[in-house]
Design a protein around this ligand. Sequence first.
Ligand code: BGC
Length: 925
Amino acid sequence: MKKYTLDWNRYTELARTAVAEGAVLLKNENKTLPIKAGTTISIFGRSQFNYYKSGTGSGGMVNVSYVTSPLDALKDCSDIHVNQSLLQTYEAWLEENPYDKGVGWAGEPWSQKEMPVTDAVVADAAKNSDMALVLIGRTAGEDRDNSADPGSYLLTDEENKMIELVTKEFSKTVVILNVGNIIDMKWSIDYNPSAIIYGWQGGMEGGNGLVDVLTGKVNPSGKLPDTISHSIDDHPSTVNFGHKDKGIYQEDIYVGYRYFETFAKDKVLYPFGFGLSYTSFATEVIEATEKEGIITLKVDVTNTGEFSGKEVIQVYVEKPQGLLGNPSRSLVSFAKTKLLEAGSKQTLQLSIPVKDFACYDDSGVTGYKSTYILEKGLYRIYAGTDVRSANPVFDFNVEAVQVIETLSENMAPVTSFQRIKPKVDENGYKVTYENVPLRTVDIQERYLNERPPSHEYTGNHGHKLTDVYQGKISLDAFLEQLTDEDLACIVRGQGMNSPRVTPGTAGAFGGISDRLNELGIPAICCADGPSGIRMDIGTKAFSLPNGTLLASTFNLELNEELFEMTGLEMRKNRVDTLLGPGINIHRNPLNGRNFEYFSEDPYLTGKMAVAQLNGMHRVGVTGTLKHFSANNQEFHRHDINSIVSERALREIYLKGFEMAVKEGGAYSIMTTYGAVNGIWTAGLYDQNTRVLRDEWGFDGIVMTDWWAKINDEGEAANRHNTAAMVRSQNDLYMVVGEPNANPFEDNTISSIGEGTLTRGELLRSAANICTFIMRTPAWERTQGLHDGSIDVIGLDEEVEQELDFDVTYQHVNDGESIGLKDIDTSTGSSHALAISVDQAGMYEVTLTIRSFAGELAQMPVTLIANNTPAATFTFNGTGGEWVSQTKQVFFMNQHNYLKLFFTLGGLELKEITFKLENSFSARNM
Ligand code: BGC
């Protein structure tokens, strides 16, 4: 049996390293950084206390045992002194101005009120310290975008004033941005601080990693995964961002630097890929060749400065304009050095397949419609340390147009609009527009011709899924035993907080009914993601740095190693698939969920996804790529229709998914809430079958986003149309409370009756699901291949955190009791029980006990409800009489994982009773 060991110290160390390697140093005049030993620093900005570990929503709800703030970490540096008087001023002000948590889902403010600083406070600080740090904090997240207003994308007046005054008084000021994504940077020109660092949101080790960079323990090597422009209006997507029902992707493939480097270089404040170091590097391309379609570059990177450090070499291609038009730069490769000592050198070798330069012709203008081609002309390769400064290093000529891959038209738009196309004249590239090619195929007819064969129900032959695994019968033969009802049930997922899997997780699928369990199908557990494991019952988990930070490391190996740890942590918590990585493109800086995603560039995005998947795959778990596809705004996310060309989809928005499937072996994907070109992605056949499976060879599962809507083209989307979902080969509807009761009244069964959905289509999804299941740790446990145990080193878990995974949920009616006779109540023991109630709400929980101990003996029993201590019953000796005590306990969910903890032995328990006092309805029930 394979042995798994999770070394928590190593996990912590890797996360801390990632935070340090992901910090992007944009400016460092007069060697402001690193902070030298013996320096006294004045720290401004409340983010020093209220550090944002991540953004908000499902991707940020990791329960943590600690978050290290930059202040905590700085206080731990024995050779750096923090200006105490300024610190006390802040502390006193914070007493009066506590952190505003906001109310409810997406209700947090995106920034906190800042302490107004006066000339006197700053002057005094400057007199008593050597340099200043100014922290600016921002959050944002699911269901609510950033806005181009003060407090979100822009600085508030207080923040501007703080930077203005501090930079005036101090000769050395470092502005540190604790943000989820790029924010406006006009202040950097107005006030000219001597150093600027994007520290992003670093998870629970955020403060430590950041301070490692500030003090020079780690030399920064992070690079911008996004362009920083002068104004939000410089992004061509801004005018079309945040509309209610339609988002037109007029900028087409000209996203981020693809737009700025081609058309608007002067609008760029910091280019894509940029990031400074405390040392300097000389780079020299010592060899550039092409052989059999592979361009190989050998680049010498020499550390010419005084500190050890790492450097990233980035390779871009400038393609000929041809008939299709192209951006002036596209990232095609990158590599990071190891830690180079001052004076030492490393030769990096980068291999770039020429076929990666291909463009997709969605109009047929080249004579090759729906084909990836290399247009004839000059392909110039640039290498360097950011997109702007990269130099030409190799030219490659294509004599005549070359076909790279012939595909077919999929997901094409049906709404006319104009998209950007470059025009080149003596002054360079100019923006012009062309009509976007519209759909030319009959998608309905095409789908009807491609339906899978059906298999009739064959009755129950007693086959179990294990017989398939052992090669005794085929998967088809097994699935033919499933009735239409079974099949309708297996395409439903259960959640949130399914009683069949790890308490508090987002969902379960597979064996989510007793009947499916009887067929030997186990329930599979999925949990949010992407920045750590979310378990809503309060179970603590590791909170990782956010996606943007991880991309800024440009370090694939580090991402792989870190996610191997996350994979082990998933095993520890019996999670089979993490709902992440999030790999949507940073189309616009205002998207609230940018923090979860990597970059404006699809290549960097794809590579990061591959690395993280590789890490999880090393230990036999996986990640669910999300959100497929074009999930680029949160405003009206259930209704937004992204109107986008097929070329932009393929070259930008689908590309990261394609790489993760082909190169990373992804086998789980989540679709989006919204629509692409009129069809909600949860039922988008072109995407979920033709592109994903037929073209890319994906053999895994596709699930909806939670409570997503689905439609047939031309019809309004709703939550009932699971027939359209299954037809598209989106295999799972996530999530419902009781899958076998069909609480959403989905139309799977009725559509079979009407002939609009076939049993063959349902069987196909069931096969995808079962194939997936046989690759999971849950499956290993049912087969006795692994017992689910894992050794954890270096983690001191609190007693209530330990989960008993084998507990089964018992349904209790209002007022009903569960017998507790014969349970172990000895000192320090605990007893897990899990209950399902009909309604969430406030309950009276009564415990009945007796004890023969003396009258003054104290024997407290703590009831831990959903991993949070909920009530302590204090019993004394009862002279052998049965006595009861009642406490109020709030159950947020119908399914509740409970534990009784016995501080001191001596009690005998009879029963526990649950009586509803007030009911409550929650979004997540
Ligand atoms: C989010 C997903 C998430 C799911 C489960 C949805 O609201 O969009 O990213 O995985 O909830 O929490």
